[in-house]
Design a protein around this ligand. Structure first.
Ligand SMILES: NC(=O)c1ccc[n+]([C@@H]2O[C@H](COP(=O)([O-])OP(=O)(O)OC[C@H]3O[C@@H](n4cnc5c(N)ncnc54)[C@H](O)[C@@H]3O)[C@@H](O)[C@H]2O)c1
Ligand SMILES: [Zn+2]
Ligand SMILES: [Zn+2]
Length: 384
């Protein structure tokens, strides 16, 4: 099967990031046909994640402009370049900022999901051949972002950067599996591999932290304590399976620290803690709240450029372990299908994170939504 537009450039609407710190410009752009081992996708839905906002803010020294941001998205394959065998026209797909080629040493290892196949070019905002498939109507090239660029009605990605999913799963929901939900859930069930009876603390109850909570709950954790500075997150935390909630700005007695409180609540500390804030001070607290001898702390939050973590080495000598997790340790092409199935069976919550829905033209409002405590995710419908 081929589409009428196959092999030809497509004119469509995109939200272009021309400059750091400025709103996106919603305008028509041209999306070239996919080259060998590339796929052109009609993006139907995308959400806005903090990494998009971070890059747009200009704080990220690696952020390059003009570019098409967006990495939490899903859509339908419009056409494929030569040599593409893993997807076909009409397939429903989730885009993957963590590629999976299946051939590199990372993919062959069962210890990591950090595929190296497109990493260098993806970081530079170009396709593996070093060029871009996007340009504006003035003919100026526009860069790709995180190998996805979902803020466009059509995008071109490497064939290792997307996965076909069950077409009966609503794209308006499963787009969230492209980043936040998978990241938190995977960090709990894969990176940490939480077991029945384990005690868990989650710092930061955004989409990522709440997904850690649901992962820990699915494993039968005995205690799941959420730590967040925003009281509005308490109800959500409990709904997702938390057994306790602490607001360190309000719930500490004199002389108490969040670390001492958590240690008291858990008879010596937690089996697993997760940083889902990106704050390096929180990362230290999360490590130090771990149980002596075996507690593990998983860093998920992305700290601002130049930030460093610190603790006393004695914390590690006495058995605490500091780890990190990207995309929840999930290998996108091999493991996304299981997540979609879990969602369809009702075991993995996804819809509950969609607090806002907007037409694509309101994308700049979606960036503002991110800063409000009542927003987990805003899903944009690119057909509107
Ligand atoms: N490692 C990865 O692969 C990956 C993927 C996606 C997102 N992330 C990162 O994960 C983090 C969380 O993402 P999100 O979408 O859930 O963000 P979010 O902003 O929706 O949630 C963060 C939460 O942390 C809380 N918080 C802030 N400061 C705090 C503090 N000092 N103590 C306790 N709670 C605090 C906020 O109130 C908020 O509820 C971000 O840093 C994001 O960049 C990492
Ligand atoms: Zn993200
Ligand atoms: Zn690989």
């Amino acid at each position: 099967m081929t589409s009428a537009t196959a092999g030809k450039p497509i004119e469509c609407v995109a939200a272009v990031a021309y400059e750091a710190g400025k709103p996106l410009t919603v305008e028509k752009i041209i999306v070239d046909a996919p080259k060998a081992h590339e796929v052109r996708v009609q993006v139907t839905h995308t959400a806005v994640c903090h990494t998009d906002a971070y890059t747009l803010s200009g704080v990220d020294p690696e952020g390059a402009f003009p570019s098409i941001l967006g990495h939490e998205g899903a859509g339908i394959v419009e056409s494929v370049g030569d040599g593409v065998t893993n997807v076909k026209v009409g397939d429903h797909v989730v885009l993957l900022y963590t590629a999976e080629c299946g051939k590199c040493k990372f993919c062959k290892s069962n210890k990591t999901n950090l595929c190296g196949s497109v990493r260098a070019t993806q970081g530079k905002g170009v396709m593996p051949d070093g060029t871009t498939r996007f340009h504006n109507l003035k003919g100026e090239p526009l860069l790709h972002f995180m190998g996805c660029s979902t803020f466009s009605q059509y995008t071109v990605v490497a064939d290792v950067s997307l996965v076909t999913i069950d077409p009966s799963a609503p794209l308006s929901s499963v787009c969230l599996l492209g980043c936040g939900v998978t990241t938190g859930y995977g960090a709990a069930v894969k990176t940490a591999n939480v077991q029945e009876g384990d005690t868990v603390a989650v710092f930061g109850a955004g989409t990522v932290g709440l997904s850690v909570v649901q992962g820990a709950k699915s494993r039968g954790a005995s205690k799941i304590i959420v730590v967040d500075v925003n009281d509005q997150k308490k109800q959500w935390s409990m709904d997702f399976g938390a057994t306790g909630f602490v607001n360190p700005l309000k719930d500490l007695k004199e002389g108490e620290t969040i670390v001492s409180k958590l240690i008291d609540m858990t008879d010596g500390g937690l089996d697993f803690t997760f940083d889902c804030t990106g704050n390096v001070k929180v990362m230290r607290d999360a490590l130090e709240a771990c149980h002596k001898g075996w507690g593990q702390s998983i860093i998920i939050g992305v700290a601002a450029a130049g930030e460093e973590i610190s603790t006393r080495p004695f914390q590690l000598i006495t058995g605490r372990v500091w780890k990190g997790s990207a995309f929840g340790g999930i290998k996108g092409r091999s493991e996304m299908g299981q997540l979609v199935t879990s969602y369809q069976k009702g075991d993995l919550k996804v819809d509950d994170f969609i607090t806002h829905k907007r037409p694509f033209t309101e994308i700049n409002n979606a960036f503002e939504d991110l800063h409000h405590g009542d927003c987990l995710r805003t899903v944009l419908d690119l057909a509107n």
